[in-house]
Design a protein. Structure first.
Length: 651
């Protein structure tokens, strides 16, 4: 038998009208707390007679019932327990007879009936009392009915809130009653009957929702069923917020958004300046970063070429061939190259390394090599395509690259400081749903399967699943409103992003048209002004625009050698743009990702619940009303359904 989980109702609080109740309460509590078995009957006698014959009030019976309940949980035999629960139900009934308008007493009466129930039918009495309590037109204030004070919490201020609290308890009790009934019924089913609850006909599910006349539910369930079936049980998809197209991967989705709904004419080309291409990614991840002995390499190459005369062969660039690229044992170069490699790897892993950075470094290296190896055949090999151009540099030049990379790191930590890209927690689905051809399977985890039920779960696991979560109506409402919110969010944000990009673009052309970009990380500059931040949200846009005014170029202070490798305004610009772009993508992703399971589960559960006619619960919890709706519509499926339901009715 399942463990009773329903929260224990509190003891009634002290009564102002009958102060002597307080001492009776204390005395009874003391008696109940003492463990001796013979106290059981002493306590029972005290509960019955200690109140005095003059106090035959509703409160008196309510308090008595509460003590019978406590005593029942202390009882050491089933007989004692049954005796106490029987007396408890009797007292609770007396209290509602005397105060039929009290929702709190009605709740306690229902609770006692639930406690006493031992077979499916008994729970109907409790359910009836719950429904009566919920239907009381003007329930009396539970505080006046002496609803107990919680030890930690103050009694809620407003009458409405107090009534609301009791109503919540009643709804919980209804679910518990339904679960208990379901478990008892479930345990009498054979394996085939159990399977009919977890292997559902797709056609019947569709007919059910179309018979409800709810177009939205019908459309959503039809879409979801076919999507899951066609995508091999994958229920995730990405919805374009701009045109409602559905994609089964985020890659396809962003590709579509960038192509069909471009943010600005130059957005795509700007994006291409950001991502380090895969050949460089591989070189940074796996390449051998050792200094090359330049003169030995030239000698070897020249002698080889005299023999083969095949200079155009690209295989000459095989980097790890030690014969072709003799290593140098120069300590400073080895050390610097190692540091450069580590820095690049770190930047790459943080996505702080951009294509523009790599280009700058290779351009710098090639410029230096043209000076070092003037007229050498080495320069014809396309050294800038790999890190060889860096491995050929001298220690002081490597030092320059290292400084540049350090500045990138510094700037990156500045712009990414305090950013928290926490993703929205995803709901977990312990129970699986899979759709094959015409059948939907409800899959329970192994530990919840019953021993002889095949793939059917235990009654406890199954009832916990079907009676948990929000109703199908609420789920549909949420499903629709989330999608509408996303749409308006994007409509609002799109305009702002476009303005932002236009401003950024103008800024970049200004920076790039200036031949001698300022070294923005030189100390005097960083002290003068704060660097602009990157927007993460619509509300941040304003901040960006304010901060942006600081990014406008001022007259140049220094004249730099064009071949110098310095961290400049354009580096900063691209890094900010990259961060911004990533945030944009992150936002887009979280606002585009959808999972049909979110809506499938509540809908399928509501469908399964209609099979249990004994589910007597208000509409909000998806009970009889739903069945009533179904039965009022004609159709062959419904005839079958009605027959099916009739079988259960006769239980
Ligand atoms: Zn679209």
């Amino acid at each position: 038998m399942a463990i009773k989980k329903h929260p224990k109702p509190p003891l009634p609080m002290a009564d102002q009208q009958y102060p002597e109740f307080e001492s009776i309460k204390m005395e009874t509590k003391k008696l109940i707390a003492s463990e001796a078995t013979n106290n059981f009957f002493v306590t029972l006698k005290y509960i019955e007679q200690g109140f005095g014959s003059q106090m035959n009030t509703a409160y008196h019976h309510r308090l008595q019932a509460a003590f019978y309940d406590i005593l029942a949980s202390k009882a050491t035999t089933q007989a004692m327990k049954g005796l106490c629960l029987g007396k408890g139900v009797h007292s609770a009934r007396r209290s509602i007879e005397l105060a039929p308008e009290s929702i709190e007493f009605a709740y306690f009466h229902a609770y006692m009936l639930y406690r006493r129930a031992y077979k499916a039918k008994c729970y109907n009495e409790a359910l009836q009392e719950c429904n009566r309590a919920l239907a009381i037109p003007n329930p009396s204030d539970p505080e006046e009915d002496w609803l107990a004070k919680d030890d930690e919490q103050e009694v809620t201020e407003q009458t409405e809130e107090r009534i609301g609290k009791v109503k919540d308890l009643l709804h919980l009790l209804i679910i518990d009653c339904n679960k208990e009934k379901f478990i008892r019924r479930w345990n009498t089913l054979d394996a085939d009957e159990k399977n009919s609850f977890i292997e559902l006909s797709v056609e019947n599910i569709k007919s059910y929702f179309s018979s409800l006349g709810n177009e939205l539910a019908n459309k959503v369930i039809t879409d979801a069923l076919s999507y899951i079936r066609d995508h091999y049980q994958d229920s995730k998809y990405w919805l374009c917020c701009f045109c409602d197209k559905r994609f089964d991967g985020f890659g396809e989705h962003s590709e579509h958004v960038l192509t069909d709904h471009p943010l600005s004419p130059t957005h795509r080309s700007l994006c291409s300046s950001l991502e380090v291409d895969c050949s460089w990614t591989e070189i940074i991840e796996k390449g051998k970063w050792k200094p090359v002995d330049t003169s030995a390499a030239i000698k070897r190459l020249e002698s080889e070429w005299k023999v083969q005369d095949s200079r155009s062969e690209s295989s000459r660039l095989v980097e790890d061939d030690p014969k072709k690229w003799p290593e140098s044992d120069d300590y400073a170069r080895t050390k610097n190259l190692k540091s450069i490699h580590n820095k690049l790897r770190n930047l790459l892993h943080n996505k702080a390394l951009l294509a523009v950075h790599v280009n700058k470094v290779t351009q710098y290296a090639m410029n230096k090599l043209h000076g070092l190896l003037r007229g050498s055949p080495l320069l014809e090999l396309g050294l800038d395509q790999t890190h060889l151009c860096i491995c050929l540099l001298e220690a002081s030049q490597l030092d320059e690259i290292l400084k540049y990379l350090e500045q990138i790191t510094k700037f990156y930590s500045h712009i990414s400081k305090g950013k928290n890209k926490a993703s929205i927690p995803k709901p977990k689905y312990p129970v699986g749903i899979e759709v094959y051809d015409d059948t939907l399977y409800v899959l329970f985890p192994e530990e919840s399967l019953s021993l002889h039920g095949g793939s059917a779960p235990t009654g406890d696991a199954f009832s916990t699943w079907i009676f948990s979560g929000i109703s199908s109506e609420d789920s549909l409402e949420k499903w629709t409103s989330v999608r509408n919110e996303r749409k308006s969010y994007w409509e609002e944000v799109l305009g702002k992003i476009r303005t932002f990009l236009r401003q950024k673009n103008e800024e970049l052309s200004k920076i790039q048209s200036d031949n001698t970009c300022k070294d923005i990380l030189s100390e005097d500059v960083t002290q003068q002004r704060t660097l602009p931040m990157v927007p993460t949200d619509v509300s941040d846009m304003e901040i960006v625009r304010e901060a942006d005014s600081g990014l406008m170029l001022k007259p140049q202070v220094d004249n730099h050698d064009n071949h110098d490798l310095k961290f400049r305004e354009d580096d900063a610009w691209f890094m900010q743009f990259s961060e911004y772009n990533r945030d944009w993508e992150h936002n887009l992703k979280s606002h585009a990702e959808s999972d049909y399971k979110e809506i499938m589960y509540p809908l399928v559960k509501s469908y399964i619940r209609i099979f249990s006619l004994w589910v007597v619960s208000p509409r909000k919890l998806g009970g009889l009303d739903e069945v009533g709706n179904v039965l009022s519509v004609s159709g062959s499926f419904l005839v079958i359904l009605a027959k099916f339901l009739a079988q259960f009715q006769s239980m």
